[in-house]
Design a protein around this ligand. Structure first.
Ligand code: C2E
Ligand code: CA
Ligand code: CA
Ligand code: CA
Length: 276
């Protein structure tokens, strides 16, 4: 038993060293990746559940590095936040998204919105709202075609500077609470965050068919959200049965592999073109 314990210890130790080494590598290459535009965007359709139409897309970052391979955004976004790269990265993402919306507009697909994920610290940055409005204006994109996704932790980060919500609302830029229900104080965040959309986290959708409690919770979130005037998105829909249930619960919008994985901008054009 002693030996086993020892082996276990060294197993964890080497796993730890490997993780630290990986993190170090990611950090080393990330700066270069942001500067050299190695990060690309894919887009995942958002579907109006009642009509089945695509009403928007969410932009998601991808990074392929020759030595590291595909690095998950969960890893590199967190590191970008920690080493001060999230602002330049998000600035580039906003510009790229606006350029892409201009292309979709020119192809006749001007109705869809694009959602961009904004990190909590960056959302409360004084310059963010002007960065967004300047980018939209420069690229000639209507304000109501951009959506921002922020998590509940945005409130905890800095409760003082929440005026960004009011300013964005005045400008007609919608804001969604991402991963709704996973924070420690989802009710309190509703009180403090003036938003338009609740995006119910995938972890709820995963269990919605098998766990009655989850089903009741999701139903309640949708009802409560509607009573407060929000639109409700469900993320991570993978099966027809999940979709049918969400439809019954009056969920407005769906996103997930059932409809489409995140795909290139070109593929979005193809999907939009074939659905008319
Ligand atoms: P998120 O914002 O909650 O994005 C949804 C994630 O779920 C995406 O993973 C998406 O590919 C995945 N997904 C969507 N539908 C399904 C489904 O039906 N089944 C399964 N299994 N997965 C599904 P992804 O692209 O790996 O992104 C992970 C997270 O990284 C995002 O979670 C977001 O928090 C962050 N992220 C990605 N791109 C950006 C970005 O440009 N900026 C910021 N700040 N964060 C980003
Ligand atoms: Ca998101
Ligand atoms: Ca989400
Ligand atoms: Ca999520």
């Amino acid at each position: 038993a002693k030996d086993l314990g020892k082996n276990r210890y060294s197993f964890y130790e080497s796993e730890f060293t490997e993780k630290a080494e990986y993190r170090f590598q990611v950090e080393q290459h990330l700066r270069e990746a942001v500067e050299q535009r190695q990060i690309t965007l894919v887009y995942q359709p958002q579907i109006d559940i009642a009509s089945g139409e695509i009403i928007g897309v969410e932009a998601l970052s991808r990074w392929y590095h020759p030595q590291l391979g595909h690095v998950s955004p969960i890893d590199f976004i967190k590191i970008a936040e920690q080493i001060g790269l999230i602002k330049p990265l998000t600035e580039w993402i906003l510009q790229t998204v606006c350029d892409q919306m201009a292309v979709w507009n020119s192809e006749g697909f001007s109705d869809i919105h694009t959602a961009v994920n904004i990190s909590p610290d960056h959302f409360l940055d004084k310059g963010l709202v002007s960065l967004i409005t300047e980018t939209l204006e420069t690229k000639g994109i209507a304000f109501d075609k951009l959506e921002l996704e922020v998590t509940e932790s945005t409130v905890q980060t800095n409760a003082q500077n929440l005026s960004a919500f009011e300013r964005l609302k005045d400008l007609g830029i919608s804001v969604a609470i991402d991963d709704f229900g996973t924070g420690y104080s989802s009710f309190s965040s509703l009180k403090h965050m003036n938003v338009d959309i609740l995006k119910i986290d995938k972890s709820f959708i995963d269990d919605i068919l098998t766990d009655e409690k989850t089903q009741v919770l999701v139903g309640s979130m949708i009802k409560m959200g509607h009573n407060l005037g929000y639109k409700i998105i469900a993320e991570g829909i993978e099966s027809h049965a999940q979709l049918q249930l969400l439809q019954r619960l009056q969920c407005d919008i769906g996103q997930g592999y059932l409809f489409s994985k995140p795909v290139t901008a070109k593929e979005i054009s193809t999907i939009l073109g074939s659905s008319y």
